[in-house]
Design a protein around this ligand. Structure first.
Ligand code: HEC
Length: 111
């Protein structure tokens, strides 16, 4: 087999394997790791675990990124979140927004 073809086949197999294992996009994976420092309040899967912390799972990516930037710049004020967001780069924010937006939630009407 020609070298190029082998490389292509290997790449395709790697993609298949990644798909089978349910691997996410690199941004989502990076966000999942970053989000460990958010879990104390927002829960490991983005469902608020502190009484005053909102759910983040399933929120729109654009909204999450906008709120984190607003906390970072101080436009949106909240003591804890202003401190948390200060340390985040644009890349961190994009990854965290991708991670929380990728979590699927289900809602049920009241019975
Ligand atoms: C010490 C607890 C705490 C930690 C840690 C924390 N948060 Fe928060 N977060 C809050 C609280 C409380 C609010 C609600 C803020 C308000 O009332 O305006 C909030 C709000 C938010 C919001 C706005 C949600 C909305 O619906 O508008 C986002 C987005 C968010 N946090 C993301 C994060 C991310 C990402 C991290 C980790 C880098 C993080 N938070 C870490 C407590 C925390």
């Amino acid at each position: 087999m020609a070298r190029g073809a082998l490389a292509t086949t290997t790449a395709a197999l790697a993609l298949l394997a990644a798909g089978a294992a349910g691997a996410q996009s690199p941004a989502v994976e990076a966000g999942r790791q970053k989000a460990q420092m958010c879990a104390a309040c927002h829960g490991p899967l983005g469902l608020g675990s502190a009484p005053d912390a909102p759910h983040l799972a399933g929120q729109p990516e654009i909204y999450l990124a906008a709120q984190l930037k607003a906390f970072r710049s101080g436009v949106r004020r909240h003591e804890q979140m202003n401190v948390m967001a200060k340390a985040l780069s644009d890349e961190d924010i994009a990854a965290l927004a991708a991670w929380y937006a990728s979590l699927k939630i289900e809602v049920q009407p009241p019975r």
